[in-house]
Design a protein around this ligand. Structure first.
Ligand code: ZN
Length: 101
């Protein structure tokens, strides 16, 4: 696996100083935040949050709750429709499903 590049930026969920690295060939970002702990967010969902300037619901708290179990992490997605309803969705995923996090 290639060298992992850590990117420092503000957390899209709470605005704190955070850091992420890309997983899934950049499709997703794996964040570490002092407030939200850890979470995965798709590139699409992150752009959507940053453009709108607001987080749709308490994703920060949900992320912190999900990662209390060390093997699990919250994933935040955004869909523009199609087979699934348009909008944000969150789910708790197993870390083992994502290589290298
Ligand atoms: Zn945060």
């Amino acid at each position: 696996m290639s060298q992992r590049e850590i990117v420092n930026c503000t957390c899209p969920l709470c605005g704190a100083d955070a850091a992420y690295y890309e997983i899934d060939y950049g499709e997703r970002h794996y964040y570490k935040c002092p407030t939200c702990t850890k979470f995965i967010i798709t590139d699409t969902a992150e752009k959507r949050i940053r453009q709108s300037g607001s987080t749709p619901s308490d994703f920060s708290g949900a992320a912190a709750a999900a990662s209390k179990d060390d093997d699990r992490v919250l994933e935040i997605c955004y869909s523009y429709g199609g087979s699934v309803p348009t909008g944000f969705s969150i789910k708790v995923v197993n870390k083992v499903d994502y290589r290298g996090i």
